[in-house]
Design a protein around this ligand. Structure first.
Ligand code: HPA
Length: 273
């Protein structure tokens, strides 16, 4: 049997034995976006280090825990901290948890991330729903020997973010009076932020915001048939004609401030799934 398929089965089996069962939604919390966990009833929790074949999170701002939680009667899986390409992981490692979620019976994947806003209408702290993306990260997670058991060789990406889920996000944000913009995310390898010329280029090719995550997970989710939705928190304003130096500390603090409204939206969306 293909090695990755064996690993997925082993990890899913391990998590099932630990009681991580019954969730149909998984949610990945991005940089500085951890307080969602405080709004749910946590049933089980395990550090990534203790999960076989899971990569270990190295970024300080990420807590690196998988939780099974409950919202009303709905069970969800929560990844607090994700794996980034710039940390040195392969794209297969980064997306491994998504494959495990599918094996555990998950059908919807919700993601959040911190991103730089290039659309001049975006301000720090804005929430932006991804309508599409541009992938500029190297090393595709689907590259390599193909096993049909993983899904199609050439997955369709005509609608990477589920329209029905996106409508639910828009409706929910409106009901909560939380402003939610819509835009196109471009994924870059990082870890450096962009030069002025690069922001100009990324804007010209059609992106509204830029970040270093999310797209690998979304590619794999589309291959295996998980419905996806993702929301960016705009942590810095990337105007090439007036570019201010940003520090990662500031990015994290802006994300933390927007976290409350994002968590409220996520929670209410999940209640309606
Ligand atoms: N560029 C890339 N990634 C980011 C940024 C940015 O400006 N802000 C937050 N994540």
């Amino acid at each position: 049997m293909n090695q990755i398929i064996e690993k997925i089965a082993e990890t899913a089996g391990f998590l099932e034995e630990k009681g991580f069962t019954g969730a149909s939604t998984a949610i990945v919390l991005g940089t500085g976006l951890g307080t969602f966990i405080d709004r749910v009833e946590v049933l089980r929790q395990i550090p990534y280090n203790d999960i076989p074949h899971f990569p270990v999170s190295t970024v300080e701002s990420h807590k690196g825990k998988l939780s099974l939680a409950k919202i009303n009667d709905k069970k969800i899986l929560i990844m607090q901290g994700r794996f980034h390409y710039y940390e040195g992981y392969s794209m297969q490692q980064i997306t491994f948890p998504v494959r495990v979620f599918k094996k555990l019976g998950v059908t919807s994947l919700l993601l959040s991330n911190a991103a730089g806003g290039m659309n001049p209408e975006y301000k720090k702290g804005d929430l932006v729903l991804l309508t599409d993306h541009i992938n500029l990260q190297p090393e595709n997670p689907l590259r390599g020997v193909h096993d049909a058991a993983l899904g199609p060789r050439f997955p369709n990406m005509s609608e990477p973010y589920d329209i029905r889920l996106n409508k639910l996000f828009i409706k929910t944000a409106l009901e909560l009076s939380v402003p939610l913009k819509q835009g196109i995310y471009v994924a870059v390898p990082g870890p450096n932020l962009e030069t002025r010329a690069e922001y100009r280029f990324l804007r010209v090719i059609g992106a509204d915001m830029v970040g270093m995550s999310t797209v690998p997970e979304v590619i794999v989710a589309n291959q295996i048939g998980l419905q996806c939705a993702a929301v960016s928190v705009i942590t810095d304003e990337c105007d090439p004609d007036n570019l201010q130096p940003v520090k990662i500390e500031e990015i994290i603090s802006v994300a933390a401030k927007a976290d409350q409204k994002l968590s409220t939206v996520f929670k209410m969306v999940i209640e309606q799934l």
